[in-house]
Design a protein around this ligand. Structure first.
Ligand code: ADP
Length: 608
């Protein structure tokens, strides 16, 4: 129609051109000009359907970019194609990236099942040809179209006119758009295909973007899920120091996260050949993989699958590598194969399991070393205490003159040095013996209702003369304090350690202030001094065994660096707390609390 009209227009214009060559009266010339203008307008109006179509394409294409939801984009595209082409029905298929096959995504007025029917054979052939050639197809009458002649199904074919265009992104076909019309309701022309192709190019980009976005979104969600699982695994593995428990957890996670049947953990000693099964299911439904098979995978950097011919299962065997060393292997059984994603996950799980197993072994080794150290301390302190007691006894005996001959001044001086050093040794042995008992869990506490004021009195009785010797001022702030629940001997030991430190590390003429007061359900004792104070760096090391500050003022005093460690452990064993504040060069305050007896607590509650 359009073509014919354009042909006529062309002839008319040529005729007008011929007329224009003649000298014509002004009126006729005017009429000629007007006719030319009218013809031009008519010509433009003939072109406008296509222009309208293009405008519609751009309008619809613009709205495609408003969503990245793949389903929404596909439906939008399908509706737009029906609108643009005026088709009765249609569908959109996309190439499945895994299988390479086309899979139906959306359809209008065609049921999914219908597509497999014999009368859709022509449609399928059209789609096939579009995919193969990468170009759109328009059939005006499929029955008479030579491209589809010979199709048996054409008899069923309801004289359909088909329009089909590829969805291409960077030259690659990602899908196909198909629409058709019964011949009587409208036959598609070339211009419909042009329009559809223009739209398909833009639709393909929108679909690809949505697909990529969905993939990234899914991949991200999967990664986040995996990280959550791994962090849960880390948490579980690090929460337990019991070796058996760690092995059980590793197996549990391995089976659970791969949907496997069963899992086994193999451990190798220092010698990789000494591989052995460390943990596996009690009454396993599947046999464990052969030790020799597992051993042959130990030097592989990544998990490997093993499918024994005589068994209907596949094993995934992951070496447990820690710091470049194989500590064992993790094996999982399953009826079907493991996916690449699962293998990668198991590799991550194996690396965590290996670290946890290595740490656990280290912990066991340290524990063992600690036990040996405590036993060694117990023996040494016991063996030293006896000779020391006798050295001390004989020294005192000689000094008192009871040993016979008179002691000269020089000898008295030497004996004094011996006594002082024996006392130092005795202090060290007492502290070491306490540490050994605490670590072995055999320190006995005789807990009773204790008057903290009485304990303080006893402590000060033995320390007061030392404090006076150095001209230090002692201030004690106390009021009526209810009894605490504690071992009086240990309370005196705690007070002696802390007040001795205040005395040792406060220069002559300084001040020691002791305050005893109730705090919630406890009694708190503060021992404040105006001494040398503790540097922020030293503060982080306080309470650790054998720590002594490098400060010369500290080195000038006797000590082994064990007092605070023992003190802290005793306070905590008595259900109290200990702490300190300190300013270098200004002084320190050490404090500790002890729980009030139940009696005192109950009275407090009824009073309220
Ligand atoms: P010792 O006094 O035998 O060295 P402690 O375990 O009692 O061992 O104390 C450890 C270290 O803590 C001391 O060597 C000293 O450096 C520091 N310290 C403890 N109490 C005080 C204090 N009141 N003032 C300053 N430094 C202190």
């Amino acid at each position: 129609m359009q073509k014919q009209a354009q042909q006529h227009l062309k002839s008319l214009n040529e005729a007008l051109d011929v007329l224009a060559k003649y000298t014509l009266p002004v009126d006729t010339r005017g009429a000629l000009l007007l006719t030319r203008q009218r013809l031009k307008q008519f010509e433009r109006s003939l072109q406008s359907p296509k222009q309208d179509g293009l405008q519609a394409v751009y309008r619809i294409a613009q709205s495609l970019g408003t969503t990245l939801n793949l389903d929404e984009v596909l439906n939008h595209v399908m509706d737009a194609v029906i609108e643009l082409t005026g088709a009765e029905r249609g569908f959109l298929t996309l190439v499945d990236e895994d299988t390479g096959q086309l899979s139906l995504q959306v359809a209008r007025n065609i049921a999914r099942e219908t597509l497999a029917h014999a009368d859709m054979q022509v449609s399928r052939t059209v789609i096939q040809s579009v995919v193969e050639k990468g170009e759109g197809v328009v059939t005006t009458d499929a029955q008479s179209d030579p491209r589809f002649a010979g199709q048996e199904s054409v008899i069923f074919y309801d004289l359909r006119s088909i329009l089909c265009a590829p969805l291409k992104v960077r030259g690659k076909i990602i899908g196909v758009i198909y629409v058709d019309n019964r011949a009587k309701s409208g036959i598609f022309g070339r211009e419909n295909l042009d329009l559809l192709s223009v739209f398909a190019a833009q639709a393909a980009v929108a679909i690809e973007n949505a697909r990529l976005y969905t993939q990234t979104d899914q991949a991200l969600a999967a990664r986040v899920k995996e990280l959550e699982t791994l962090s849960q695994i880390d948490h579980d593995l690090n929460a337990h120091l019991d070796f058996e428990r760690v092995l059980g957890l590793v197996r549990n996670w391995a089976t659970k996260s791969t949907d496997g049947l069963e899992s086994w953990v193999f451990i190798s000693g220092e010698d990789v050949d000494a591989l052995m099964l460390a943990d596996g299911p009690m009454d396993g439904a599947t046999p464990s993989p052969a030790l020799s098979d597992v051993a042959s995978f130990l030097d592989k950097p990544t998990p490997q699958t093993l499918s024994p011919q005589d068994k209907n299962i596949t094993y995934l065997i992951a070496p447990l590598l820690h710091a470049g060393k194989t500590v064992g292997a993790l094996a999982i059984s399953r009826e079907k194969d493991f996916s690449e994603v699962e293998i990668q996950f198991v590799q991550r799980l194996a690396s965590r399991a290996a670290t946890s197993i290595a740490n656990n072994r280290l912990y066991q080794a340290v524990e063992q070393a600690n036990r040996s150290k405590s036993q060694f301390l117990a023996i040494v302190t016991h063996e030293l205490r006896i000779p020391l007691t006798s050295i001390k006894g004989y020294t005192d005996l000689i000094l008192s003159g009871s040993a016979g001959a008179e002691v000269t001044d020089l000898q008295r001086q030497f004996l004094g040095v011996i006594r002082k050093n024996v006392n130092r040794m005795a202090d060290l042995i007492a502290d070491l013996a306490d540490i050994s008992r605490i670590e072995r869990g055999i320190l006995k506490l005789d807990v009773e209702d204790v008057s903290i004021i009485q304990c303080l009195q006893d402590t000060l009785d033995s320390l007061r003369h030392k404090i006076e010797e150095r001209n230090q001022t002692l201030v004690v702030k106390k009021s009526d304090i209810p009894p605490v629940e504690a071992d009086p001997k240990r309370v005196v030991q705690i007070l002696t350690n802390l007040i001795s430190n205040a005395w040792k590390y406060t220069p002559d003429g300084g001040m020691i202030t002791i305050a005893v007061f109730e705090q919630k359900d406890t009694v708190r004792i503060d021992i404040q001094d105006t001494g040398i104070g503790i540097s922020p760096e030293d503060q982080t090391k306080l309470f650790s065994q054998f720590f002594r500050s490098e400060n010369q003022a500290v080195r000038d005093q006797n000590g082994w660096g064990l007092g605070l460690n023992v003190t802290k452990q005793l306070v905590e064993m008595l259900a109290g707390e200990i702490g300190f504040t300190s300013q270098l060069g200004e002084g320190s305050t050490f404090w500790f609390t002890l729980p009030l007896t139940h009696l005192a607590k109950n009275e407090g509650e009824t009073d309220e």
